[in-house]
Design a protein around this ligand. Structure first.
Ligand SMILES: *[C@@H]1O[C@H](CO)[C@@H](O)[C@H](O)[C@H]1NC(C)=O
Ligand SMILES: *[C@@H]1O[C@H](CO)[C@@H](O)[C@H](O)[C@H]1NC(C)=O
Length: 163
């Protein structure tokens, strides 16, 4: 049942109207191409949920960056975002994050919906730890300093066979 495409199917399944189960998504040149391009492992641990991020104009996190927050949200809602080596500074390499929905919840904070995947269970455990903290990072695309709040994992999946 688990192929390299599994997580991508799950992620994209959320966006496909009328698709109740990710496994019903037909063979897809697109999803195969994405999985190949990001070298998605054969067996993955995954989680989905929501998390908040705060955006600032400076590394000292003293001035909100409403423009950067707005642009990041708009970009995700229009284009989605697939982040390879997501937060490798904290989690180590190989975590793939898919961000597919965003809402502004206050002047300095966005709420993001994510599905995340890795070939290492420990990385998903760490990401889903409500006490995990993340150093402030600079996003060049939006000229914004972001602080990721802990990730609230609502559902987790493991490979169906032991590896
Ligand atoms: C997580 O995945 C489950 C199963 O596909 C879905 O029902 C749920 O809405 C998802 N949660 C979030 C926050 O996206
Ligand atoms: C998070 O930290 C609090 C306070 O130190 C502690 O009580 C709690 O058990 C921790 N939670 C986890 C999941 O480690």
């Amino acid at each position: 049942m688990f192929s390299p495409r599994t997580i991508i199917l799950t992620a994209f399944g959320l966006m496909l109207a009328g698709t109740s189960s990710a496994m019903k998504v037909p063979e897809s040149l697109l999803l195969n191409s994405v999985a190949e391009s990001i070298a998605l492992p054969m067996y993955t641990w995954s989680a989905n949920g929501t998390h908040q991020a705060k955006g600032y104009k400076t590394q000292q996190a003293d001035v909100n960056n409403a423009k950067g927050l707005h642009e990041d949200c708009e970009n995700i809602n229009l284009n989605r975002k697939l982040a390879t080596n997501f937060r490798s500074d904290v989690l180590g390499p190989g975590v793939i994050g898919f961000f597919y929905k965003c809402e502004k919840i206050s002047d300095d904070t966005n709420l993001y919906w994510f599905t995340i995947s890795s070939g290492e269970k420990s990385q998903i455990d760490q990401l889903c730890d409500p006490n995990q903290t993340y150093p402030i990072v600079y996003d060049q695309q939006h000229d914004t300093w972001f602080i990721d709040e802990p990730f609230d994992c609502t559902q987790r999946t493991s490979p169906s066979i032991s590896v």
